[in-house]
Design a protein around this ligand. Structure first.
Ligand SMILES: NC(=O)c1ccc[n+]([C@@H]2O[C@H](COP(=O)([O-])OP(=O)(O)OC[C@H]3O[C@@H](n4cnc5c(N)ncnc54)[C@H](O)[C@@H]3O)[C@@H](O)[C@H]2O)c1
Length: 309
């Protein structure tokens, strides 16, 4: 199968590309950047361009069977700063992509939505796919809008799609100096002997999923015909920031310092996903415990500092 991964040089994309290559698929990547932590891979065809560059994108779609759409130009935290940019660069450009998928007879598109933002503040936990969606950030509104257009394109033009709503993925190749992903960011601070700052009391609960488990779910929906079109992909369990910190103390064997400051108004206090649909229909279960995942992320972050020396 010939698969195009949009955003294939990012955190999730690079792991998915590895899995697709391992399974013998023909892989093309469309991205504006090269991978941050590795050189270009043998066997991957790279198309470099901005998502908004419609000519390059159209070329990249030529001869492709399945598209995995992992490009996102904003983050939940920053998306509210410029919602116009968010809609233009994500929603409008994705609409162009869908038109091009239709023109190129693409068989299926897989879209990375967001289990952490699309539901807003949950009424009931764990959150199921059919629960209310009331995002409280522009990023989540954009993801939901794209989901609705996927339905429309299926209805109007028969373009097949699957939506993955990941919770909070983490693991190697997630940037410890970035502003997303508390696990690598905290571990990076621990390695640099910097204090960890927590907004609020550390009781905020999230659902952390190790990257290999998330990628297994993506792989499954790429290669099989699914019963449903939307899947929550998470661990199915909630962990507070304080839980994470105590596991990090154990894994890193470090007695790092923590400062607690005022809580941020836009943080959803508690969310974790119901993963029963994926577990039944995809025959998928997360395999890696939070502690195992933190250990391998820690190993990766330590290896980066060794490379620099
Ligand atoms: N990481 C998470 O916590 C998380 C959680 C839920 C959903 N998602 C979604 O999964 C997808 C992948 O996330 P990720 O963590 O791998 O992100 P990432 O930032 O690591 O990777 C995104 C890739 O897209 C590329 N890209 C961004 N803007 C582009 C543009 N305008 N033109 C061309 N390429 C562009 C980047 O260069 C990067 O390689 C995104 O859609 C994201 O919204 C991520």
């Amino acid at each position: 199968m010939k698969i195009l991964v949009l955003g294939g040089n990012g955190f999730i994309g690079s792991h998915l590309v590895d899995k697709l290559l391992l399974k013998g698929h023909s892989v093309r990547v469309f991205d504006k950047n090269d991978e941050h932590y590795r050189k270009r891979l043998n066997g991957v065809e790279y198309h470099v361009g901005e998502f908004g560059n419609r000519g390059v994108l159209s070329d990249a779609l030529n001869g492709i069977d399945v598209v995995v759409h992992l490009i996102c130009t904003t983050l939940p935290k920053t998306s509210n700063d410029d919602p116009v940019f968010d809609m233009q660069s994500n929603v409008i450009e994705t609409l162009f992509l869908l038109e091009q998928c239709r023109a190129n007879n693409i068989k299926k598109i897989i879209f990375a939505s967001s289990g952490g933002t699309i539901y807003g503040i949950p009424q009931v936990l764990p959150v199921q796919e059919d629960d209310q969606t009331n995002p409280i950030c522009s990023y989540g509104i954009g993801k939901l809008t794209i989901e609705k257009y996927l339905y429309l394109f299926k209805k109007l033009h028969g373009l097949d799609f699957v939506i993955i709503r990941p919770s909070n993925p983490f693991g190697p190749r997630q940037n410890p100096l970035g502003i997303q992903g508390v696990i690598p960011v905290f571990l990076g601070k621990i390695l640099r002997n910097e204090p960890i700052q927590i907004w609020g009391t550390g009781d905020i609960v999230r659902d952390y999923i190790y990257i290999d488990d998330l990628v297994d779910a993506f792989y499954h929906v790429v290669v099989t015909k699914t019963m449903s079109t939307i899947y929550n992909i998470g661990s199915g369990n909630g962990h507070s920031l304080n839980d994470l910190l105590s596991i990090m103390k154990k894994v890193t064997k470090s007695d790092f310092s923590i400062t607690y400051t005022t809580a941020r108004s836009y943080d959803v206090p508690e969310i974790y996903l119901d993963i029963n649909r994926a577990s039944k229909e995809l025959n998928w279960e997360p395999q890696i415990t939070l502690e195992q995942g933190i250990q391998s992320t820690w190993d990766f972050i330590k290896s980066l500092s060794v490379q620099k020396e």
